[in-house]
Design a protein around this ligand. Structure first.
Ligand code: SAM
Length: 288
């Protein structure tokens, strides 16, 4: 079997199939031998787990997942990688490769078709960075049976996703993800662990779905509008942003904030997740 941690072997393999990397598809393949075992160990995958992998590339992470999971379904957009993958992962009979754009895949349909009766379904991937937020939000919004996602993402994206309220990195994405899940940074990864080496470092994060609605949010749509409009102009006070978004008079919003014990001068990064939940509930009561 080809050693996918050896740069020499990887180059031989890529030359054999006349493959050149696509920057646009975020093709930076793992070449560090310790990384895949560490990612899969931290993901909590067991022999009972069904795993969805996004972007298998030449199959280095796929192999590690396949050796520990019940089944892996890997979604790869780049047709040129299919013959390479049939070469590198053919040894494993629990791997299925689907040639598609993950953003176009019906996740619940895939789970029905591939993981019926599975006790545990997880996502594990070294994500193509250009679709990080879109993929995460899609996987969360589709309300599937996925319990957790262990993802390698660009370091700055990891910091934003896992940011605590009140921190400089906290934004609409952090709070949107928080609506569905808890997230944590597991460990940092240097750019030197990939071939070709990207211009930025990475981090591996874990997003674990919540079953409870921790802030008792009444209306999801109003919550998301409240968060997005507040952060769309970070320098403005929340009152100013929300008054134009919901066509509410500033006096009405000031009263809502007073009732909630939130300062009228608050900027979005000063509010907690629970504050946003209470604020959106009060706005919802006012606008329906
Ligand atoms: N898993 C491999 C590894 O760790 O070495 C490759 C990871 S590489 C960062 C990202 C992979 O995602 C590439 O194989 C790329 O072709 C694929 N990809 C890019 N956009 C995609 C999309 N929209 N849907 C599915 N796969 C995609």
């Amino acid at each position: 079997m080809c050693n996918l941690y050896s740069v020499k072997d990887i180059n031989l393999l890529l030359n054999k199939y006349n493959f050149c990397f696509s920057k646009g598809l975020g093709q930076n393949f793992i070449s560090s031998p310790h990384l895949c075992p560490k990612i899969v160990s931290k993901s909590g995958i067991t022999e009972k787990t069904g795993v969805i992998e996004i972007g298998p590339g030449i199959g280095v992470l796929t192999r590690e997942i396949a050796s520990r999971a019940k089944k892996v379904v890997s979604v790869e957009i780049d047709k040129r990688l299919l013959p390479i993958l049939s070469d590198t992962v053919s040894f494993y009979d629990n791997v299925k490769i689907i040639n598609n754009d993950i953003l176009k895949v019906n996740i619940n349909g895939l789970i029905q078709d591939e993981f019926r009766g599975f006790e545990d379904i997880k996502v594990c991937a070294n994500l193509p960075y250009y679709i990080t937020s879109a993929v995460i939000m899609k996987l969360l919004e589709e309300d599937s049976d996925i319990t957790s996602m262990t993802l390698m993402v660009q370091r700055e994206a990891a910091d934003r996703i896992c940011a605590l309220p009140g921190s400089r990195e906290c934004g609409a994405l952090s709070l949107a993800i928080r609506y569905y899940a808890d997230s944590e940074i597991l460990f940092k990864v240097s750019r030197s662990c990939f071939i070709p080496s990207p211009k930025v470092d990475s981090s591996v994060i874990k997003i674990t779905k919540n079953s409870k609605n921790s802030a008792n949010i009444i209306d999801k749509n109003t919550f998301f509008r409240t968060v997005k409009s507040s952060f769309s102009q970070r320098r403005k006070t929340v009152v100013n942003s929300l008054s134009s978004e919901f066509a509410l008079k500033k006096d009405s919003l000031n009263m809502i904030l007073c009732d909630l014990n939130i300062s009228l001068k608050s900027r979005p990064e000063q509010l907690s997740f629970v504050d946003f939940g209470r604020l959106s509930n009060s706005i919802y009561d006012r606008i329906i």
